[in-house]
Ligand binder design. Structure first.
Ligand SMILES: [Fe+2]
Ligand SMILES: [Fe+2]
Length: 484
């Protein structure tokens, strides 16, 4: 069987050079995906890391500790997708906006600020009476809900850091991120020095970046000072005030070269090279971050990787290519972290505006992956997973000649896994029905050899009709199942 030729636009002959990179280069780029989930401007985690590392230097934290702090800061939001669905069901509205604005709100004080937050973010699309009822329900359970949301998030974030092999210091720094100096934070109500130093630095750094980016340096220092001794360690706030005065806290935070700046901050003696296993581990961990966003996409990235590898094995691809394809499959939906759960979990038809948001998710996949040295081509292929041979796909409307073998395999594997999964608007489809839908979409939209290879692999039979697909311009109907 002959697999379709690669897209001639990729460098030849090897579009995927062996990477020679550091873990920090991969994680700092992938942290942009965490920013999307938190509703923050991309680069937030990296900027918070830079601020935190500067504070650590100012207070004289020794280099080995700074090396661990570095990863606590970069991965502080690793658990952020795990509470998205629950938050969406609490606010019954766009949870990404709710996450974005809660970082600009002092929700610990009952008053106009927290009331205004609730009015702006809870049940915004519900009729008036239902909305009022929902607001009262949210107010009644606010404390338990906040604690539960933080707990889910910090446990998951800590697990991811553990899974990636980081030290207990890194893990506990992430776990206790939302503790407050006065003991009124979550999940354990730790006070003062009971809170790990890394968490205290990360909490202050993230707030400084959020206010600095949104409202400028004076607002950032003002909020840190007002929350000093309540949310934040006063000694760290003093360090921030001092550095802000002498101009060293904010330098270069608006630089287009942000990634190089953060990578240079990793203490030299503890730089971790990314070997093949480390890269695979990181891809797997981020696939879990993506899949945790909604119960309806639970295991989707892993499922796509599994199906893609089955096709690749059937094609007799080289082990190196199978490995790369698996990485692309695991990360293909990184950009979906930008889609609110109100859309991902909507049982009905999407509006045009909602579709516009959905159709942009592969663009974000590319925007993130292209920031990792050596992942540029893989990013292009991962970001083409909704493209169709006849140009009817999204987000760029590429056509057959522009779609590589990887992209064609990913498109088939993605739809296969989406159809096999339960979705808010339908149950999972049986295998036979799934195969028949895939076949209906070929050869005009989906690659027939990829489909037949998958069917053969799933049914352990000999593949049939495996000629390269004939291109056609027949339009395909945009099905609701395309959020995959
Ligand atoms: Fe997708
Ligand atoms: Fe997908």
């Amino acid at each position: 069987m002959k697999a379709p030729d690669r897209f001639s636009g990729f460098p030849s002959p090897n579009p995927h050079p062996e990477p020679s990179i550091r873990v920090s280069e991969i994680l700092s780029a992938l942290s942009y995906a965490l920013d999307l989930t938190e509703g923050q401007p991309m680069g937030h985690s990296v900027r918070a890391c830079i601020i935190g590392m500067r504070l650590a230097q100012q207070i004289g934290l020794p280099a080995p500790e700074r090396a661990d702090l570095y990863y606590s800061l970069l991965l502080k939001d690793a658990g952020c997708s795990s509470n998205s669905s629950r938050l969406f069901h609490i606010v019954t509205a766009d949870e990404i906006k709710a996450k974005r604005d809660v970082k600009l709100t002092d929700w610990t004080r009952v008053g106009w600020e927290s009331l205004q937050y609730a009015l702006t973010h809870v049940a915004t699309d519900l009729p008036f009476l239902q909305r009022i009822r929902r607001l009262f329900q949210v107010a009644a359970t606010q404390q338990q809900d906040s604690c539960a949301l933080v707990k889910i998030r910090c446990e998951r974030g800590a697990d991811i850091a553990k899974q990636l092999g980081f030290s207990d210091r890194v893990v506990s720094g992430i776990y206790s991120l939302d503790e407050h100096w006065n003991g009124l934070g979550y999940p354990d109500g730790l006070r003062k020095d009971e809170i790990p130093l890394f968490s205290r630095i990360a909490n202050l750094s993230q707030t400084l970046d959020v206010f600095h980016t949104d409202r400028g340096p004076s607002a950032a220092i003002d909020v840190a000072s007002r929350r000093s001794g309540r949310w934040f360690d006063p000694q760290l706030v003093n360090a921030a005030v001092c550095m802000s005065k002498n101009g060293t806290l904010w330098t270069g935070l608006d630089s287009p070269d942000l990634l190089h700046k953060v990578i240079a901050l990793e203490p030299e003696q503890r730089r971790i090279p990314a070997n093949e296993d480390a890269i695979d581990n990181i891809c797997q961990a981020f696939a879990e971050v993506i899949d945790a966003k909604s119960p309806f996409t639970y295991r989707h990235s892993s499922g796509v990787a599994e199906a893609a590898m089955e096709i690749a094995h059937w094609f007799g691809m080289k082990p190196r290519d199978v490995k790369l394809l698996r990485r692309a499959a695991l990360l293909h939906d990184l950009g979906k972290l930008s889609v609110p759960n109100a859309i991902l979990e909507k049982p009905g038809k999407l509006t045009d505006e909602e579709w516009t948001i959905v159709r942009k998710h592969p663009y974000y996949t590319l925007e993130i992956l292209k920031r990792i040295p050596g992942f540029e081509a893989l990013g292009e292929e991962a970001a083409a997973h909704h493209e169709k041979l006849d140009g009817s796909g999204y987000w760029r409307g590429l056509v057959a000649e522009q779609l590589s073998t990887f992209a064609r395999i990913l498109a088939v594997a993605d739809i296969f896994d989406a159809l096999r999964a339960k979705r808010p608007y339908r149950d999972s489809l049986p295998l036979e029905k799934t195969f028949s839908i895939l076949r209906e979409e070929s050869p005009h939209a989906l690659d027939l050899p990829c489909i037949e290879a998958l069917i053969a692999a799933k049914t352990s039979s000999e593949p049939c009709a495996l000629e390269a697909p004939k291109n056609s311009v027949a339009a395909t109907t945009q099905k609701r199942s395309s959020i995959s």
